[in-house]
Design a protein around this ligand. Structure first.
Ligand code: SF4
Length: 292
């Protein structure tokens, strides 16, 4: 049975959570970090099901936690995707801590693989050697303007090139009125830099029903499958059940084919009403300032 998402007949987006572990503890991290890694057999099964019936296109994300803690799985996953004929988009989201010279050489030989780098953890000149690099720029709710200092550093390490930047206001925080004013100022400056050609904004239109997370198919590190990567933030059983689609540990995979998942309601269960309202307010502001 091919992997499918809610409302889709075939999965076009697949998030593979290779590990729930991470070396960092970022203050506004939405991920429920824990000591679980994906078994290679589960990864192979997920990729085989995703590419069933000759799928060659789509979007596959290697994610965590910190996926480069399991670089072996990233390499195996890329190799299996290639061997099954997949030719679509591939992304690796990383904090860059383990992105050393050999790994940069590895990804340099695979320019189709987009590296999404968490700039709140690591901004380093050596990353500019990556041929397909997007800097994730977090705007913290406590000090939004500090993102501009990180952006200045990104520009410095990028030499003369205009870095590609994906702007991410800290979603699911109770942004108050004062915080939103500072967020607006920060976004406005980023927009000016983009208009001047100093940076290239990579923010795509929001695809999911809630900010930050998408509703594509997600395989968690323990082999369970979910409708959407919102499962990354889930800490208790109740919201997890609402997103559960199947389990790759079972011989016969049963995908419930749930047509409707109420993502905003689940987000409220995870983050609380105020934080979700803050997330939607920050998302709306970012859309208006960066794109209108
Ligand atoms: S590096 Fe990423 S996964 Fe790790 S704590 Fe920071 S935001 Fe969370």
């Amino acid at each position: 049975m091919p992997l499918v998402s809610a409302g889709e007949t075939r999965a076009v987006r697949l998030t593979l959570i290779l590990t729930r572990r991470c070396q960092k503890r970022c203050p506004e991290c939405p991920v429920a970090v824990r000591a679980v890694d994906m078994a290679p057999a589960i990864l192979k099964k997920a990729i085989s099901l995703f590419t069933a019936a000759g799928r060659r296109t789509g979007a596959v994300k290697f994610f965590g936690g910190e996926p480069l803690l399991r670089f072996d799985l990233v390499k195996s996953g890329l190799s299996w995707l290639a061997s099954y004929g997949y030719d679509g988009a591939v992304e690796v989201g990383t904090n860059g801590v383990l992105l050393d010279a050999p790994k940069i050489r590895y990804f340099s030989r695979r320019p189709r693989v987009q590296i999404n780098l968490n700039s709140s953890v690591n901004v380093n000149r050596r990353f500019s050697a990556l041929p397909n690099l997007v800097w994730n720029l977090l705007i913290p709710s406590g000090d939004p303007l500090s993102a501009l200092r990180v952006l200045a550093r990104i520009k410095t390490v990028s030499g003369g090139a205009s870095p590609r930047v994906n702007v991410l206001p800290a979603y699911y925080r109770p942004w108050g009125a004062a915080g939103l004013v500072l967020l607006g100022k920060t976004l406005k400056r980023i927009r000016e830099m983009s208009d001047a050609g100093e940076i290239r904004l990579e923010n795509a239109a929001r695809r999911g029903p809630v900010p930050l997370f998408n509703s594509g198919f997600t395989v968690d590190a323990d082999g369970r499958c979910y409708y959407g990567n919102l499962i990354l933030a889930v800490k208790t059983d109740d919201p997890a059940k609402a997103l559960l689609a199947g389990d790759l540990n079972l011989r016969e995979i049963s995908l419930a084919g749930r047509a409707r998942v109420d993502y905003p309601a689940i987000a409220v269960k995870i983050f609380g009403v105020k934080a979700v309202a803050g997330g939607f307010a920050a998302d709306k502001l970012a859309g208006r300032v960066l794109w209108e």
